[in-house]
Design a protein around this ligand. Structure first.
Ligand SMILES: [Zn+2]
Length: 66
């Protein structure tokens, strides 16, 4: 297995683990956080835990579905 296949396999495993926990878990394209909305959601991906500017923010990073 090449290093690249290993990385792809790791990402598949990470996605499966996140989805098992009830998250969409799509990796942010800039590598900052993962989507914590429900699997199969509509609209943008959102990480509700990472990227918040303050404690009162309700969401952090947001990025469009590709
Ligand atoms: Zn998502």
């Amino acid at each position: 297995m090449t290093r690249q296949q290993d990385a792809a396999h790791d990402e598949q495993a990470a996605l499966a683990a996140g989805r098992a926990a009830g998250y969409c878990w799509q990796l942010n394209p800039e590598g900052r956080g993962r989507c914590t909305r429900s699997p199969g959601h509509d609209d943008d991906h959102v990480d509700y835990y990472n990227g918040r500017q303050s404690d009162t923010d309700v969401e952090g990073y947001r990025w469009p579905q590709s």
